[in-house]
Structures are given as C-alpha cells and as structure tokens.
Design a protein around this ligand. Structure first.
Ligand code: PMV
Length: 347
C-alpha cells in the first residue's frame, strides 16, 4: 500500500509557547496556513508475515536515507503502537521532501509532521477497510499531529486556524485545531514574504524553548497576555480592523523573543539585521500607508505580512531596500493556502 500527502507549514499570529502533558498548549494560538511551503510525504508499506519486535523503517529526505530524522520518527511511532498496531507487521519506506530550504524560518516540523500523520491515518483506513467521515478524519489528524509537533495540529486545515481552548471560540480544544471561519475578507488573501536574515541552525531548539517556559519569571503574565491578545486578534479578524491586527501580530512576535531573552538561561535568536528589518518595515508602513507588518517564529527570519493587493509595491520595495540585509536564497514568497491534499492512495 502507498499513500502520499502534501501538507503545508503555517505561521502563527498569536504564538503557542510553552506546553504541558502530551503536548497540550499553555495558551491558545492562531495561524495562517501557507500555500507554497509544503512537505510532500509518502509511506509505502510491505507486509511482513510475522509480528516484528520493533518498527522496520527506512526514511528518505530529499531522496537520501536520513537516520537523524528516522530516529525522531521512530520515537513518535513507538508512542502510537496502540493506535496503529500494524506498524509492527509492516515494513515502511517513507519519502519526504520540502519545497522550501532547511532553516529558512519556515516551520518544517508543522508541514512534515502533519503530512506524516495524515498519511498514517489514510493507511490505517486502508488496512482496517473503513472510511472515516471527513471532518472526523481531519480532527483525528490534527490531534495526532499535535502529539508529533504542537504547531503541526494547525497545518491540517487551510486559511486561519486556531488551536487551544478559549471562551470566544465555540468547541475550541487543547486536543486539536479548528478552522477560524469568521475572518473578514481583508484577510483571505494575505501574503507572507519570508525574509531570510540567517539560514544557520538555531542555537536553541523550539523544544528547549518551550521547556524554558516552565518556571519562567514572566510565565503567568504571558499566559494572561496570550489570551488577551487572541481576543483582540479575533475581534480584529472579524471586523477587518487591520490596524489592530498589526499591533497584536507585531506585539506577539516581539513578546515571543522577549520571553526567550528573559528565560533562565536567557538566549537571543534575533540577529542585528532582524532589528534593521523591523525598523524598515515600520518606517515603510508609516510613510507609504501600506499595511505591512512583521511576525517572527523561533528564529531570526522575518515574515512580512500584507494584503495581496499591495504585492507589486511590496515586492519592489523588498528588492530595492531590503535585499541587501538578506542572505542565501534571500526571500521566499508565500501566501495563505487551502490546507493539505491527498495526492495518491494505492491499495
Ligand atoms: O510546534 P513547535 O513545538 O515547533 O513550536 C512552535 C512554536 C512557534 O513556532 C514559535 C509558535 C507557533 O505557534 O507556531
């Protein structure tokens, strides 16, 4: 049997930072799902007659065997043996590739882990000969993805997606994400130009960063602030209030990095050019009256967000004014996308 899914990355507007239990978020978050930054992942199974003692898996990343990724996936799959007992009597060949470069400020764990979990659930349906109702399938995929990588829970849906319990979103849950369908037309075709300031490995992983939120000196304040910011963002998204959207999104990005700088031990992922770009973006917005703003994930690279109708002007400005602050592939154009797609399923 073989299944192939394409699943996108996402960019958080209100950030998930800090977790408890089996990857439950300390606060709710909300993101835009991306369109072009995707992982294509296939799993091919061959039945082995006997029950193996351990999972048999080859993992190929960009066509080459990758034991580092394989080992990470084995840990996750081992935690899911009760859910997928067939993992022990099948050999698995997994091929994965991303459309975007490694360490480019695009969350590869969100796209790759959601693609993996969607593929596992599709195989599970085939093996058990059942078809799960579509909305239940995606809910299960989001829940499973959450356990592999928190932010991956949001990648199984397109558009604006929230994850985590909050009063103003009915049926919201810490277990899985859901589509936020009340976004004003202003926000349906947003662009995200990812400005690459540094493409090196980060000095502190997100996993370690989440861990430092336990006993963080400002942990309780962050907790309250995240809820308040999400409420403000929800109101802005519903009414199309782009000024309020910008102020929450930028505040969230800077808060994330302020939390890193005040962790014990403290650390800094921003680079001097990240700050240069922030200054330039704010200056351009004030001068040109074009609603561009920035957000930043756990890294130095800047996500430039703006409505699509300003794309030509913004891209010109990036080329002429910002490009010399950037390295390597320099910048990647993306925009809001529709979510994952099943490419192939062969019995
Ligand atoms: O899903 P993780 O464990 O890689 O954490 C992601 C954390 C941020 O990207 C910084 C924020 C978010 O909500 O995506």
């Amino acid at each position: 049997m073989k299944v192939t899914w394409i699943s996108p990355s996402n960019i958080a507007l209100v950030k998930y930072w800090g977790k408890f239990g089996i990857q439950f978020p300390k606060n709710p978050s909300l993101s835009f799902t991306l369109k072009n930054s995707v992982t294509e992942l296939s799993i091919e199974t061959t039945n082995s007659e006997n029950q193996n003692k351990s999972i048999s898996l080859n993992f190929y990343f960009n066509g080459e065997l990758n034991t580092k990724f394989r080992d990470k996936i084995i840990i996750f799959l081992n935690s899911q043996l009760d859910r997928f007992p067939w993992l022990l009597n099948n050999h698995l060949e997994i091929h994965s590739k991303n459309t975007f470069p490694h360490s480019s400020g695009i969350a590869s764990s969100a796209s790759s882990m959601s693609a993996l979990c969607l593929s596992l659930l599709s195989l599970d349906e085939m093996i058990n000969g059942v078809t799960v109702e579509k909305s239940e399938f995606y809910k299960a995929a989001s829940e499973l993805s959450r356990k592999a990588s928190g932010s991956a829970s949001r990648s199984v849906y397109g558009g604006l997606v929230s994850w985590g319990e909050i009063e103003s979103i009915p049926l919201s849950s810490n277990e899985y994400a859901q589509v936020f369908s009340h976004g004003h037309s202003q926000f349906v075709d947003f662009c995200d130009s990812i400005l690459i300031v540094d493409s090196g490995e980060k000095s502190v992983s997100s996993r370690a960063g989440h861990g430092l939120m336990d006993n963080h000196p400002f942990g309780d304040i962050r907790h309250k602030e995240a809820f308040a910011n999400l409420e403000k963002l929800i109101a802005a998204l519903k009414t199309g209030d782009i000024e309020s959207f910008i102020s929450v999104v930028e505040e969230e990005a800077l808060t994330l990095h302020a939390l890193m700088m005040t962790s014990r031990p403290s650390y800094i992922l921003l680079k001097p050019n990240s700050l240069e770009l922030i200054e330039k973006i704010r200056h351009f917005r004030n001068e040109k009256k074009i609603p561009v703003c920035f957000t930043i994930d756990a890294g130095p690279n800047i996500h430039l967000l703006y409505p699509k109708k300003f794309k030509t002007e913004v891209c010109q400005w990036i080329e002429t004014e910002l490009a010399h602050f950037l390295v390597g592939v320099r910048w990647i154009h993306d925009e809001v996308g529709n979510g994952p797609k099943l490419l192939e399923s062969i019995k």
